[in-house]
Design a protein around this ligand. Structure first.
Ligand code: KIV
Length: 275
C-alpha cells in the first residue's frame, strides 16, 4: 500500500508519475499559518532556504542553517494535511560528500517529517543524489541558477544562454538519471526549459523558466507582496499584502495616539459574564 493510499498526500513517486500531466503547483512556506493557507492549493510545499532572506532578513541563502531548516520545517509540517513537504538542504550541509548529505537529509526527514529534500547542483551532485535515493531519501534537484552558488556564478544571472545551454542540459539530465523525482529549473531561457522538459523523464518545476515546465514554484512572500527588497522579473505579484499590512499598522498607530483604540467593545467591565 502506498503512503498516498494511507494519508491521501502525494508521495515523491506520485509526483514523478505526473510527468507530462496536469501542471504541478508548488509554493514555499516557512510558518504554520502560511502552510495552512497554501496547503489546499498545492501539490508540493517547499521549506526553501530562501527563508534566510525573506524571514530572517539575511543577505543571501548562504546564511541558512540546518537549525533554521529543522525549526521552519517543523512549523510548516503542522500546517499541512494535503500537500507533500520538501525541505531544502542548506549551503554547507551536503557538498562535502554523499555521507554528509545523507546525515543531514536523514535529520531533516526525521525531525520535520519531510517526504523529501531538495539540493542544488547538476553533474557534480549526481553521485550524491544517487547515494541518497539508494538509501531512502527522495531528492528534488535544482539546476540553472543555483542561488547557493551566487558567488561563483557572479550574481543572480540567467543561466544557459548560448553555448552555456549544454551545461544546463547536462546538469538536468544528470540529476534526473541519478534518481531525482523532480528537478527545479531556475532562471533559464524559456526555449531551453521547454527542451529540457521534453528530454528528461521526471517533472521539471520552473521558476523563471517556462510555462511548459511540468510545474511552477514561487517564493510565497514574493507572490503575496510581503518581500519587497527586490523583485526578480519572474515574480508575479498576486497580492500586495505588504501595502495592506502597512495600511493596517498605520491605522492602529493613529488610533493608539488618538486614544480611540481600545474602544468600549475592547475593554472589560465588572460583570463576570463578560470575557
Ligand atoms: O529556496 C527556495 O525558496 C527555492 C525555490 C524558490 C525554488 O529554492
Amino acid at each position: 500500500m502506498s503512503v498516498t493510499a494511507t494519508t491521501g498526500r502525494p508521495t515523491p513517486l506520485d509526483i514523478r508519475g505526473q510527468k507530462g500531466g496536469a501542471p504541478l503547483v508548488c509554493l514555499t512556506a516557512y510558518t504554520t499559518p502560511v502552510a495552512g493557507l497554501v496547503d489546499p492549493h498545492c501539490d508540493i510545499v517547499l521549506v526553501g532556504d530562501s527563508l534566510a532572506m525573506v524571514v530572517h532578513g539575511l543577505p543571501s541563502t548562504l546564511q541558512a542553517t540546518m537549525e533554521m531548516m529543522v525549526l521552519h520545517g517543523q512549523a510548516v509540517a503542522r500546517g499541512l494535511s494535503k500537500a507533500m513537504m520538501v525541505v531544502d538542504l542548506p549551503f554547507g550541509a551536503y557538498e562535502e560528500g554523499p555521507e554528509q548529505a545523507f546525515r543531514n537529509a536523514a535529520r531533516l526527514m526525521r525531525e520535520t517529517g519531510a517526504a523529501a529534500v531538495k539540493l542544488e547542483g547538476g553533474t557534480h551532485m549526481a553521485e550524491t543524489v544517487a547515494f541518497l535515493v539508494a538509501r531512502g531519501v527522495p531528492v528534488m534537484g535544482h539546476v540553472g541558477l543555483t542561488p547557493q552558488a551566487v558567488n561563483t556564478l557572479g550574481g543572480y544571472k540567467v543561466q544557459g544562454r548560448g553555448p552555456d545551454a549544454e551545461r544546463i542540459r547536462e546538469d538536468a539530465a544528470a540529476v534526473a538519471e541519478a534518481g531525482a523525482f523532480a528537478v527545479v529549473l531556475e532562471k533559464v531561457p524559456d526555449a531551453l526549459a521547454r527542451e529540457i522538459t521534453a528530454a528528461i523523464s521526471v517533472p521539471t518545476i520552473g521558476i523563471g523558466a517556462s510555462p511548459d515546465c511540468d510545474g511552477q514554484i514561487l517564493v510565497v512572500d514574493d507572490m503575496l507582496g510581503l518581500f519587497t527588497e527586490f523583485r526578480p522579473k519572474f515574480v508575479k505579484r498576486y497580492a500586495d499584502l505588504g501595502a495592506e499590512a502597512d495600511r493596517a499598522i498605520a491605522a492602529y498607530a493613529a488610533e493608539v495616539r488618538a486614544r480611540t483604540f481600545p474602544a468600549p467593545e475592547h475593554v472589560f467591565g465588572e460583570e463576570p459574564a463578560q470575557s
